[in-house]
Design a protein. Structure first.
Length: 315
């Protein structure tokens, strides 16, 4: 059955189901208002189901694109290591599952070739002379020193990549909805540089440094904007909470400045919603709130006068 036939059958099924519901409701003499409500609920369920299906497929497509980017980087690094030409992916549709499968197969083949190449480099040549099979102690020591040197270089590269990635993730997380990323940048954030197949080339390190610089600029700008918005909202919150006689409700809960370690854009949205609620509350009962505020001022003045008079009598 084709996709079009399936859609047509689904539409017919929906109409048949709604007709059947109408017959059932006729049997019990249901009023039109209740029918409309139940019909709307049914369509909401249909729409929600369709939205969930579309969302799941969108997530699948995003996962394919992300994996293609990661595989493409790994294949390029392995081919460069093996001295091979660029992998030709033009014969596959861009972002397709067939391209992902081809890259996955290529990555498996290249990994085996790399292991064999490394094994050939470290194997000693076969010879009949026993004296030639045993490497001189000086050469062994030199190889060991070289191994340690290369091991330290690898550790430094891994640490550099992981540190840059960690900083980038920390900056990216709070402004997730405010910054645009390419597929390559997403891959840099999601790649496991501590894995056994991770290849941290000079190109990858340079791209990480460029990503860090880009995010640092975006993060600084974003944080400045968020802090300004937060400060303005706090001024309004104090103003209208004072007018609504509920300032103490917020003074012990919210700080005057935006705290990136404990707050996010969601907290900013909640603050904006609370300010809007207080504005509506004040405007709705403005005469009462204004009179109450004036009465409280007069009451405070009376208390101060009584206190002053009491102190004078005691003297």
């Amino acid at each position: 059955m084709s996709a079009d036939d399936s859609v047509a059958q689904f539409i017919r099924r929906v109409h048949c189901s709604m007709d059947r519901l109408g017959q059932i409701w006729d049997r019990v003499g249901m009023d039109q208002k209740t029918r409309d409500c139940k019909t709307q609920t049914a369509y909401i369920h249909f729409c929600t189901l369709l939205d969930d299906i579309v969302k799941a497929e969108e997530d699948m497509a995003s996962g394919v694109a992300s994996n293609i980017g990661a595989h493409r980087l790994a294949v390029a690094d392995l081919r460069s290591f093996l001295g091979m030409t660029h992998f030709n992916d033009e014969i596959y549709a861009s972002g397709s599952i067939s391209l992902l499968n081809a890259l996955d197969k290529e990555l498996s083949i290249l990994s085996e070739l790399k292991d064999k190449a490394v094994a050939l480099d470290i194997d000693s040549p076969v010879c009949n002379d026993i004296s030639l099979k045993i490497m001189p102690e000086v050469d062994l020591e030199e190889l060991e020193n070289r191994r340690k040197e290369l091991s330290n270089q690898v550790k430094q590269r891994v640490n550099t990549a992981v540190n840059l990635q960690t900083i980038c993730r920390k900056m990216y997380k709070p402004m997730l909805k405010s910054v645009t990323f390419s597929a390559e940048q997403e891959n840099l954030l999601n790649t496991d540089f501590t894995g056994p197949l991770a290849i941290i080339s000079d190109k990858v390190l340079q791209e990480l440094k460029e990503l860090h610089k880009y995010l640092e600029t975006e993060y600084t700008s974003w944080l400045d904007q968020i802090s300004i918005q937060y400060a303005k909202l706090m001024v309004q919150l104090k103003e209208f909470s004072t007018k609504c006689i509920c300032l103490n409700q917020y003074s012990q809960v919210l700080s005057d400045r935006f705290d990136i370690e404990h707050q996010s854009e969601e907290d900013l949205a909640k603050l904006a919603a609370e300010v809007d609620r207080l504005k509506k509350r004040y405007h709705k009962g403005q005469p009462v709130f204004d009179d109450l505020s004036r009465w409280l001022v007069l009451w405070q003045e009376k208390l101060e006068l009584d206190d002053h008079a009491c102190n004078s009598q005691n003297k």
